[in-house]
Structure formats: structure tokens, C-alpha cells
Design a protein around this ligand. Structure first.
Ligand code: PEP
Ligand code: MG
Length: 915
């Protein structure tokens, strides 16, 4: 017996048996064929038909002939199809027309051939006209068939048909096809047939079987057509797969008042509401619905005009949702009172409806909570939490500049070129402002916080502007290097297009695009998004399961928790409301920049004696204590990691260059009032100057060099914790020492600080658990982690610095020059300041965790660099055994979802140790 080359749509079970799996069926029958078969199996009325296998295609391609038995099988399948459709191929009285459609395993949209209306001949046309009473439509269909046949089967140029048609239309004075009458189309059929004969040297086939045979061969051949080959090359689809051919009964919605056609979504694709949404037209073709020429009716109205069909439609679409377990986008046609489903696919949807549909479907029991969590990607959450620009507004607007999309969200405001002005306009004039700078520094933060958005022409994803903006959830673009900012003229310019200070601009931190003018935005909030809140709770439950990971010693452990980086009580409150389970990093120095504190900080730095320094620090102590008190209160019951001072001291001082200019100008003008003080200050700042401040006197080095500052900080932390504890708040302070490179540094500083901690608890007569730990930001610390863990009770990977130090790339400069080239040239797969470099930086982390835990099995490990909010990096943290990731409050929901995704992906797997 000949091999089976043809499967009717209801023979899917046989196909499955032969192919061994659904994947195999998809390979054998192609995506479209298997889909039609699957719908048929689900009890959906699909226009009857059959699929010629990809194997037949591959045979044909080698031999140039139909394989033995194929044609007979096609004829037999056609007979069954005729019976099911109740029509006969080639019979003018009630003709069956079919389409011949390509369909490979992987979708190759528009790359191969499809021929519609096969089965129309001069005689059949007459019968169809009688049946439909619509000669215009029938003649139009026939001329389309002649044209499609000529161009796809015989590779005739479109132009040879289009040219006479254009001539005809112009002679008649028509502009559009819609102006063509039945007589016009009839005349065109005659012309098209002449054109066909002239080129092919034979008449357009009046034998409907010949039409089907030639069409099938043409579809097979289109697999090796240039378009298809190029597409496969570009998408890495193998040439060996071949295409299937689907012969499908044509159904028509324009066969009278009991016919119609429409499109629908089983749920609202923009809100997710569980309500059918769609439209249809009676006595019309699919094109009419899409073209919007006639007024369509809502699906709900069908209940009045065709109640039976309506109920059947609702029933079928309900089944389709159940079968595919997702919202469906369907196309249907009603032909003389009979409903046919032409297509169903998972519908495209907005971010909001993605979440609602996932949560609703889980609540309806259609999918599991795990499925629901997996269906929502982190970028969907991102989109829901940041104000977004209206898509239509964006389409109409012209992009002014592009930079690194450092902090997502949409911001509209008036451009101001320095922090003071931006803050002043925002606070005093109540203006929406965008702070525009070449780059930002710690003393620009007030301007950033006051602004709706931040735009810089320099810097990368971990530049100061980017880090701070993400921290505060301010939309931000950095490194928009095509923008030239003139701080003197107070303008910015791109290719001669000037934006003056005070002009409106729109900044899209999600895409990195800058627009001139005001674009429309919408701003969502998490509290109001109940479905998202539900989904995130499910995500937390998944990550918190006690058996998600297996530790190297065989014990079971949960997945990663999500903590937040927060410097102020209000950030901590936000972090908590966003679901953070702790504070992983409080950068205490940000508190020093507050307007009333900065002068004290400067005096403290410039103090010439330890007494003088302590005096200034004593002034700072109460304010620091108050800051920490607020943090502990906001995080009642959760750990709070407070990092001791980290940046180089010059960052707290006035700008050296500016001060120098002032001094010179005073000297030139002969002004003496205040000059000696300024000169002294300048000398002191010069004294603090370092060639490489990021590798200089900062972090733990500064603490050892000037221990009074951190002594004050530790006292403030423990006094605040004690006060809170006495008020009934549960505190878990964790003191973090930054930039450690050798255990000796910890040996020097940590015992001094621990003594203060103990002393405070004794003074206040209260005890609580606390930890001392360190950041791992220097490769040497990672390599000697086993030693470091002797003192450190916890590690937190500062992957901004660790990436900088491991690659030797400056985190402030690399992204605005070579890093972009490195990524575009494939030297680096991604920007390592955004996504952890697993082979290098990630490997160091893995080593550090292993060695650290060998010394201290219960070592707590986290990450607080920018990578803590990046889903790919979170995955790595899960794999190597981090206890938590810490990121800006605004990224907490995304991280919660990412933590659940990775927990499900690696559920029950062992933590991977380095070799
Ligand atoms: C880090 O280096 O990753 C870190 C969190 O510290 P900072 O960004 O403050 O240097
Ligand atoms: Mg750091």
C-alpha cells in the first residue's frame, strides 16, 4: 500500500500515531494543518478539508513529481470533503470551491503561496451567480483566481494583469476597486484570461482538478522560492522541513441575508474583561469588516438577528478558550445559516489585560496559578507600573534623540539645565520639569527628585543619574550623546534643532526616546491594580516554597526573596507596599547631601583635629538616628541593611573647578572679602583630589582612615534600633561595610564598631539580633571570601563596582563610548552593567558564595547592585544560591515575578557550585 500522504482534518489521531508526538504532527502537517486538525478534534466547525504532508512536499522536491499514491489520496479526500460540505467540486449547481494554502511547521508569514477560489470556471461562475445573487462578487472572485493562478503557478509578473486593469479603470474614470461594477469585473475576467493565454500559451484551465493539481505543485515549489529561502536563512529554519498544503473548503459570508462574517476576541483584549468583544457584518466578505466601509454590528446583537448561530458561536468560542486555555482571537463566517470558524489563535493583548486574563483564568480553574505567573513576563509588570506614553501620540511624534533607557516610564516637563533651577521651578513655580545635564553628581539629586524625568547626554546604565533615577522611580535617559548641551546659552541641540531652557520635552525612559513637546501619558499605581497584586502574591508563594532549591549539603531551601534599596523612610514604605521583604541597601551618604546637613558634613571633613571632627559628627548624629528610626519603623519585622559611608570625600565638597574660577575672578577684581576662606577651602579640596577616586579613599578605606564617621553612624543605627525596639517595633539591623578587599580591613574596623553596638544596647538596656557584614565589590574579596566570612556574617554583592573592577571598565564612562560598540560588534553579549556577566563577574560571585559558606554555613547572601532588578541576573542569583536580591522599590514587583519564574524553571534543582 502506498504511503499515507494526505490527512483529512478529522484524521489527527492517525497523524499523531504516525508522527509519535504533537511536535511530530506539527512537522508532518505544518502549523496551519495541525491547527485546523486540532480545532476539528475540539469539535469546532472548521470548513472541511485535508492536508497534504510535508513528506509529500519533500518527495516532490527531489523527484519533481507527485509521489506515488498522492493524487489518488487527494481525490479520495476531496470526495469526503464534498460530502461534508454538501457541495460538489466543479458542479455549477452547487459548487465546492477550495483554497490551496501553504503551511510549514514554523510560521513563515507571506513567504509562500496561497491560491483562493479554486474550482471557479466559466460554467461554475454562472452557477455561483445564481446561488449568491451577487454577480459582482463572483466575477471579482474569478478574476482574482485567474490572476493568482498566473502569478503563482506560472510566475507571471503581477504587472501584466495590473497594467490592463489600471488602463480600464482610468478609461472609466474610476479611482478605487470599489467603483467597479459586476459588468466591469466580468470584462476584466475576459481581459485577464486573454493575458493568461498570451503568456502561458494555453487557456485558463476549465478542468477544476487540473486547477487543484497545479496549485498544489505551485505551493510545494514556493518552499524553494527566493523569498522563502531568504526568510528561512534569516530565521534559522531548516530547508529540509518542507511545507504542507491545505485544501480547505471556501465558505462565503455574502450568500444572502442568512450569511455573514466577523472577527472577535473571547475577552476584551485591552482591559481583559471576560466579555466577548467583536463585530460582524451580514451578507458580507471578511474584507468588508476590516475595510470599515459598512457599519459593523457588535457580536452581542447577533442574539437578535440569528439567535441559534449566536449561541453556537458563544459555545464554540467558550470551548476554544478551554481547549487552548487562553483568550482567542477568532475569525468566522456564516454561510447560509451555518457557522464556520476560519481561524483561532491566542489573541494579542495589552499589559493590563495580560495580567487580568491570567488571574481570571487561574481563578476559573482553567489554568494553574503557576501558569498564570508564567504567562506574565517581567516587562508586562514594568509597563504597568510606570506612566506610559500613548502609542498613537508616539506614532505622530518625531524622535528628537535617543539614549540609554536607564529608568523606565514616561515623563513630560519643561527642560532645565541645572538641579537648582529644576528644583526651583518645580517647587516654587509648580512646574513639571525635566532635568537635563551632561551627567549628574550627588549634589544634583535634589533637582532630580523634584523633576518628572532626567535626561543626560553622557553616562550609562549605572551612571549616577541612572542609579538615582531608578532608585526614585524617575524616568531617565542617559548617554543621549547626539545631544549637545550648552550650559552657558542654556540650550540643547541635535543637528541644528535647538530646545531652549523652559521648553517642553517628553522623555520615554522605557525606550530611550526623547521628543520635543508634550506627549499624552497615563499613570498607573500598584495599589489600584488588584489583579497584579494577586498575581504577585502567587509569585511570592511560589518562590517561598521550602523545597525550591537544594543546598550543596542536601538540605532544601526556598527561592530568592526580594528586598529593596531604600535610603529614606518614604522609600522604605513604598518598598514595603511593593512587597519588599527587607532593605538590602541604604546608601547613608545620600542623607549627608541634604541642604541643612551638607555644611556640617563639609566642616567635619575639613576638621583639623579629631575633637573638631567629633563635634561636627555629634551634630549629625541626631539626624542620622532619625533617618534610621524611620527606616526601622517602616520595615517593622524585616531586616534592614545600612551601609556605612562609601563615596570619596570630595563628592561632598563644592566643585573644585568652579571654586577655582571664583577665587581667580576675586583675585583679578581685587575683592578680598571672603577670599582667604575660599582659598583655604580650595586648598583643602585640592588636598582631597585623587586621580582615580573610584579606586581611592572610599569605602572601608575611608572608615579606617577616618573612623569617627562610621563610629557615629553605627551609634546612630543602634540607638535608633534600640529606641524602635523599646517602642515595640521588631528590628533586625545589619551593618554593611563597603568595598572590602582584604579580611584585615574587617579585622581592623569591625570589632571597634561591634563594641559600639554592644555599648548602645547596654546603655539602652535592650537587646535585639543584628549582623555585621560586607559588600563584595572587589575581585580580591570574592577570591578570599572564605577568609572574609570569618568576620562577615553576610555578603552583599555590589555588582556595579564588582563589574567595574572585574572588567576594568569605568562604570561612569564605558557606556558612553566603547561599550556600545562592544555590544553591537558581539564582543560582549549584553551591557554587563545591566545584565550580570555570568562567566566572569557571576563566576566570582559563585566562588565567593561557596567559599564563604564553607567558612560560615548560614552566611546570608544578597545582591544590591543594579543587577538586583534585572530578571536574567536574578536567575543567576537563584542558581548560585543567593538568599535575596535587592533593587530599587519600583523594580520590586518585577523582581518578585522574576524570582517566581526562576523558581519554577529550576524547581527542586541543586544550587550550582563552581568547580
Ligand atoms: C555596587 O557597587 O553595586 C553598589 C551597590 O554600590 P554603589 O553603586 O553605591 O557603589
Ligand atoms: Mg559600590
Amino acid at each position: 500500500m502506498a504511503k499515507k500522504w494526505v490527512y483529512l482534518f478529522d484524521e489527527v489521531a492517525e497523524a499523531e500515531k504516525y508522527a509519535g508526538s504533537w511536535e511530530g504532527v506539527r512537522g508532518l502537517l505544518g502549523g496551519k494543518g495541525s491547527g485546523l486538525a486540532d480545532m476539528t478534534r475540539a469539535g469546532v466547525p472548521v470548513p472541511p478539508g485535508f492536508t497534504v504532508t510535508t513528506e509529500a512536499c519533500n518527495e516532490f522536491r527531489t523527484t519533481g513529481k507527485f509521489p506515488e499514491g498522492l493524487w489518488d489520496q487527494m481525490l479520495a479526500a476531496l470526495k469526503v470533503t464534498e460530502k461534508k460540505a454538501g457541495k460538489k467540486f466543479g458542479d455549477p449547481a452547487d459548487p465546492l470551491l477550495v483554497s490551496c494554502r501553504s503551511g510549514a511547521k514554523f510560521s513563515m508569514p507571506g513567504m509562500m503561496n496561497t491560491i483562493l477560489n479554486i474550482g471557479l470556471t466559466d460554467q461554475v461562475v454562472e452557477g455561483m451567480i445564481k446561488l449568491t445573487g451577487n454577480p459582482r462578487f463572483v466575477w471579482d472572485s474569478y478574476r482574482r483566481l485567474v490572476e493568482m493562478f498566473g502569478t503563482t503557478v506560472f510566475n507571471m509578473d503581477d504587472e501584466v494583469f495590473e497594467h490592463p486593469m489600471a488602463e480600464y479603470k482610468s478609461k472609466k474614470g474610476y479611482k478605487l476597486d470599489t467603483e467597479m461594477t459586476a459588468e466591469d469585473w466580468k470584462a476584466e475576467v475576459s481581459t485577464f484570461k486573454d493575458v493568461y493565454k498570451k503568456h502561458i500559451k494555453s487557456d485558463f484551465p476549465q478542468d477544476v482538478y487540473k486547477q487543484m493539481e497545479l496549485a498544489t505543485k505551485a505551493v510545494f515549489e514556493s518552499w524553494m522560492g527566493k523569498r522563502a529561502v531568504d526568510y528561512r536563512k534569516a530565521t534559522a529554519i531548516s530547508d529540509d522541513l518542507g511545507t504542507a498544503v491545505n485544501i480547505v473548503t471556501m465558505v462565503f459570508g455574502n450568500m444572502g441575508d442568512d450569511s455573514g462574517t466577523g472577527v472577535a476576541f473571547t475577552r476584551n483584549p485591552s482591559t481583559g474583561e471576560k466579555k466577548m468583544m467583536g463585530e460582524y457584518l451580514m451578507n458580507a466578505q471578511g474584507e468588508d469588516v476590516v475595510a470599515g466601509i459598512r457599519n459593523t454590528q457588535q457580536i452581542a446583537e447577533m442574539v437578535n438577528s440569528m439567535p441559534e448561530v449566536y449561541h453556537q458561536f458563544m459555545d464554540i468560542t467558550g470551548k476554544l478558550e478551554k481547549h487552548y486555555k487562553d483568550m482567542q482571537d477568532v475569525e468566522f463566517t456564516i454561510e447560509r445559516g451555518k457557522l464556520w470558524m476560519l481561524q483561532t489563535r491566542n489573541g494579542k493583548r495589552t499589559a493590563a489585560s495580560t495580567v487580568k486574563i491570567a488571574v481570571d483564568m487561574a481563578n476559573e480553574g482553567l489554568i494553574t496559578k503557576e501558569d498564570a505567573v508564567l504567562r506574565v513576563t517581567p516587562d508586562v509588570v514594568d509597563a504597568l507600573l510606570h506612566p506610559q506614553f500613548d502609542e498613537n501620540a508616539k506614532k505622530k511624534a518625531i524622535v528628537y534623540a535617543k539614549g540609554v533607557n536607564a529608568s523606565p516610564g514616561a515623563a513630560v516637563g519643561q527642560a532645565y539645565f541645572d538641579a537648582d533651577k529644576a528644583e526651583k521651578m518645580a517647587k516654587e513655580e509648580k512646574q513639571a520639569t525635566i532635568m537635563v545635564r551632561p551627567f549628574t553628581k550627588p549634589d544634583d539629586v535634589h533637582g532630580m527628585i523634584a523633576s518628572q524625568g532626567v535626561l543626560t547626554s553622557e553616562g550609562g546604565a549605572t551612571s549616577h543619574a541612572a542609579v538615582v533615577a531608578r532608585q526614585f522611580g524617575i524616568p531617565c535617559i542617559v548617554g543621549a550623546s547626539m545631544i549637545k548641551i550648552d550650559l552657558v546659552k542654556r540650550i540643547m541641540e541635535v543637528d541644528g534643532n535647538i530646545v531652549k531652557e523652559g521648553e517642553w520635552i517628553s522623555v520615554d525612559g522605557t525606550t530611550g526616546q526623547v521628543y520635543v513637546g508634550k506627549l499624552v501619558t497615563s499613570a498607573p499605581s500598584l495599589e489600584e491594580q488588584t489583579d497584579l497584586l494577586t498575581l504577585l502574591t502567587w509569585a511570592d508563594d511560589i518562590a517561598a516554597r521550602k523545597d525550591i532549591r537544594v543546598l550543596p549539603d542536601g538540605r532544601k531551601a526556598p527561592g530568592v526573596q526580594v528586598w529593596a534599596n531604600a535610603d529614606y523612610p518614604k522609600d522604605a514604605r513604598r518598598a514595603r507596599s511593593y512587597g519588599a521583604k527587607g532593605i538590602g541597601l541604604c546608601r547613608t551618604e545620600h542623607m549627608f547631601f541634604e541642604t541643612e546637613r551638607l555644611p556640617i558634613v563639609q566642616k567635619m571633613i575639613l576638621a583639623e583635629t579629631s575633637e573638631e571632627r567629633t563635634k561636627q559628627l555629634n551634630l549629625l548624629l541626631p539626624t542620622q538616628r532619625k533617618d534610621f528610626d524611620g527606616l526601622f519603623e517602616a520595615m517593622d519585622g524585616y531586616p534592614v541593611i545600612i551601609r556605612l559611608i562609601d563615596p570619596p570625600l570630595h563628592e561632598f565638597m563644592p566643585d573644585e573647578e568652579k571654586l577655582f574660577e571664583e577665587v581667580v575672578s576675586m583675585r583679578v577684581k581685587g575683592e578680598t572679602k571672603g577670599l582667604p576662606e575660599k582659598e583655604k577651602l580650595l586648598a583643602a579640596i585640592k588636598g582631597l583630589h585623587e586621580s582615580n577616586p573610584m579606586m581611592g579613599l572610599r569605602g572601608v578605606r575611608l572608615s579606617i582612615y577616618m573612623p569617627e564617621i562610621v563610629e557615629m553612624q553605627v551609634r546612630a543605627i543602634f540607638e535608633a534600633a534600640a529606641d524602635c525596639s523599646l517602642r515595640g517595633i521588631v528590628v533586625h539591623p545589619e551593618v554593611m561595610i563597603p568595598l572590602t578587599g582584604t579580611v584585615k580591613e574587617l579585622e581592623w574596623i569591625q570589632p571597634r564598631l561591634e563594641r559600639i553596638a554592644k555599648a548602645v544596647m547596654e546603655e539602652k538596656k535592650v537587646t535585639f539580633t543584628y549582623k555585621f557584614g560586607t559588600m563584595i565589590e572587589i575581585p580580591r574579596a570574592a577570591v578570599t571570601a572564605g577568609e572574609i566570612a570569618k568576620l562577615a556574617q553576610f555578603f552583599s554583592f555590589g555588582t556595579n563596582d564588582l563589574t567595574q573592577m572585574t572588567f576594568g571598565y569605568s562604570r561612569d564612562d564605558a557606556e558612553r563610548n566603547f561599550l556600545v560598540t562592544y555590544v553591537s560588534q558581539g564582543i560582549l553579549p549584553k551591557n554587563p552593567f545591566q545584565t550580570l556577566d555570568r562567566e566572569g563577574v557571576g563566576k566570582l560571585m559563585q566562588m565567593a558564595i561557596n567559599d564563604g559558606r564553607r567558612t560560615r554555613p548560614d552566611l546570608e547572601v544578597g545582591i544590591c547592585g543594579e543587577h538586583g532588578g534585572d530578571p536574567e541576573s536574578i536567575e543567576w542569583c537563584h542558581i548560585i544560591g543567593n538568599n535575596y536580591v535587592s533593587c530599587s522599590p519600583f523594580r520590586v514587583p518585577i523582581a518578585r515575578l522574576a524570582a517566581a519564574h526562576v523558581a519554577l524553571k529550576y524547581a527542586g534543582k541543586k544550587i550550582v557550585e563552581d568547580k
